[in-house]
Structure formats: structure tokens, C-alpha cells
Design a protein around this ligand. Structure first.
Ligand code: G3I
Length: 305
């Protein structure tokens, strides 16, 4: 196979990218997307501030553009994200407990119902744990008012809304074995033991020189898989350039392929030009959509050429 998506498919995986609706009209962007990738994640368009900017008033237009683009070309769609402390409209944070609970459950139900049957995996809860050694939950309106049970409640509501979608917990700095990933691991183990519906864990995998691909990356993916969930690499990008960057990308792909329940990889953008890392070059295509050494390394690791 000569594209990322086709090579990944031969390994039983998807290879996706984050997509921004406002770039779909740029022909080089759309051509690269359409040629190389077989899954998309809306980069911002499904977040709470985008889809429910005021209470009970839903706007799906930009995300629909991405979903329609993907569906008409046979690409899968990852849903990102239902419950997150960031890109959360201020009205949510102002609600008292009972109202917040119903707003959270209504948001999940409405958004998942809108795209029911069209999303292969949803990030139901995103980034609910703190960085560092505490393993504690991060402060957010949900955590602070609803308590630890908000994650379980969100997953139960999500399962009822679209029973066919895989329900994921997604986070960063959980890519190796550390206090934060241990905390997520303990939560997933508890959910599986008590029958709380969870199907997958997303490892964002935003890497740079201060936070390189951990040496125990594969082992960490495997220990989660051994709990009985799929694992997905959901927001991969790696700062750097040239051979070093290519080798890091190759290591990530090989780790996923070595874990049978690692079902797919998503990079966090098509081109360096539009990366969220403003001055960085963390992706597979440069600002002119030329394939970088990292691209070739990924394709090779996937068994393509
Ligand atoms: O839409 C507004 C626009 O109206 C306004 O004029 C403009 C001015 O700044 O801002 C636009 O919103 C920006 C939005 O991206 C859409 O472009 C926000 O400022 C900007 O903060 C936002 O950044 C996104 C970031 O999440 C916000 O947290 C990045 O694009 C997106 O790549 C990034 O993605 C996150 C994942 O969702 C979760 N994991 C980490 C990852 C990287 O930070």
C-alpha cells in the first residue's frame, strides 16, 4: 500500500488526522486528507463551545461539514469531545449542581444522537486527571460540583445515547507508566470490574524534547489493553525534524502494531502549517504539503512503501 490509510488498513487499523472545517476548501489540504487518511477527528468543531454555545441551543454546522466530507469518501469519524473542562462555554460553569448534571447528560445525549451511527469512537471524557505525582482529579465544574462520579455518569449516558459507538476516556501525559496513567488505569480497572461502560482509552501522544516518546510506551498501551479495552493513539504529534522525528514516529507506530487491541492512530493535523503548536513542525507533511522523513517512516512502519 502506498498511503497511510491503506497501509494501516492492511494491518487492521485506521490512520486518521485531526481536521479543521475551515481548511477543507483549500485544495492541497483536502487532497492530502483524501489521499492519505481514512479517519478524521474534528479538531475543535465538536467541542462544547462549538456545538452548544448557549444552553439547549445546538449548532452542528461546522462539524457536519467534516462528518459529511468524511462519510462521502468512506472515512471514519472520531468524536472529540463531550465532557472537558476546556473550550467549555461559561454558562456551564455557572450552573448549580442539579442543573449541571442535567446539562451534562443532555449535552451528551443530544450531541451523540445527532451523529448516531456515524462516529466510530467518542472521547466521552477528556483530560479529567491532573498532571504530576498526585494522581488526583483535575478541578473542573464537573469534578467540583458532581464529584468523582461524573465520569461514570457520563459514560452511562453515552452508552444509552449511541450503543454502537466505542466510548473512550482520552488524556495526555498518560503515554508511559507514571502517576497520572496509573490513576487512569485504576479508574478503567474499576469501571471494568463494576460494569461501567467503557470501550477504549485514548493516548493523545503529544511529544516534544521535554516529553519524548516514553521507553515504556508499548508496555503502557499493553497494560491498558489487558484490562479489556481497546487503545487508540488519538492526537499524535512529535516536535522536531529529520531523522530523529522520523524515528520517534516509527517507534509509536510499531508500538501500536505490537498491541493487538491498538485499533488506530490519529495525528493531530494534516500539515505543519496549521498545527496547534504555532511555530512547530510536529506533523507528517510540511507547510507545503510535502512528505517529510516522518511520513516515510510511518508508511514504512505500517508495512507500506
Ligand atoms: O474560533 C475562534 C475564533 O472565532 C477566534 O477569532 C480565534 C482567535 O483566537 O480563536 C478561535 O478559537 C481557537 C480555536 O482553537 C479554533 O481555531 C482558540 O483560540 C484556540 O485556543 C483553539 O485551540 C485549540 C485547542 O485545542 C484549545 O484547547 C487547538 O486548535 C486544538 O488543536 C487543541 O486541541 C487539543 C485537544 O482538543 C485536546 N488535547 C490537547 C490538544 C492540543 O492542545
Amino acid at each position: 500500500a502506498s498511503t497511510l490509510g491503506a497501509a494501516a488498513a492492511e494491518k487492521g487499523r485506521y490512520f486518521g488526522t485531526a481536521v479543521a472545517a475551515n481548511h477543507l476548501g483549500e485544495s492541497a489540504y483536502a487532497n492530502t486528507l483524501n489521499t492519505e487518511f481514512n479517519s478524521v477527528t474534528p479538531e475543535n468543531e465538536m467541542k462544547w463551545d462549538a456545538v452548544e454555545p448557549s444552553r439547549g441551543s445546538f449548532s452542528y454546522g461546522s462539524a457536519d461539514q467534516i462528518v459529511n466530507h468524511a462519510q462521502s469518501r468512506g472515512m471514519k469519524v472520531r468524536g472529540h469531545t463531550l465532557v472537558w473542562h476546556s473550550q467549555l462555554p461559561s454558562w456551564v460553569g455557572s450552573l448549580a449542581t442539579a442543573d449541571l448534571r442535567s446539562a451534562m447528560n443532555n449535552h451528551i445525549t443530544q450531541v451523540m444522537t445527532h451523529w448516531k451511527g456515524k462516529i466510530h469512537s467518542w472521547d466521552v471524557v477528556n483530560e479529567a486527571f491532573q498532571d504530576g505525582s498526585s494522581g488526583a482529579r483535575r478541578s473542573s465544574p464537573f469534578q467540583d460540583k458532581l464529584g468523582n462520579g461524573f465520569i461514570e455518569e457520563a459514560f452511562r449516558t453515552a452508552r444509552a445515547a449511541d450503543p454502537a459507538a466505542k466510548l473512550c476516556y482520552n488524556d495526555y501525559n498518560t503515554d508511559g507508566v507514571n502517576a497520572k496513567s496509573n490513576a487512569v488505569y485504576n479508574m478503567v480497572r474499576d469501571f471494568k470490574a463494576r460494569g461501567v461502560p467503557i470501550d477504549c482509552v485514548g493516548f493523545q501522544s503529544h511529544f516534544n524534547s521535554a516529553s519524548p516518546v516514553p521507553s515504556d510506551y508499548q508496555a503502557n498501551l499493553q497494560r491498558f489493553a489487558d484490562l479489556g479495552v481497546d487503545v487508540q493513539i488519538t492526537e499524535l504529534d512529535i516536535e522536531g525534524s529529520g531523522t530523529a522525528q522520523a524515528n520517534s514516529y516509527s517507534n509509536v507506530v510499531r508500538a501500536c502494531l505490537a498491541v493487538s487491541r491498538c485499533t488506530g492512530i490519529t495525528v493531530w493535523g494534516v500539515t505543519d502549517k496549521y498545527s496547534w503548536r504555532a511555530s512547530g513542525t510536529p506533523l507528517l507533511f510540511d507547510g507545503n504539503y510535502a512528505k517529510k522523513p516522518a511520513y516515510t517512516a510511518v508508511l514504512t512502519a505500517l508495512g507500506g512503501s
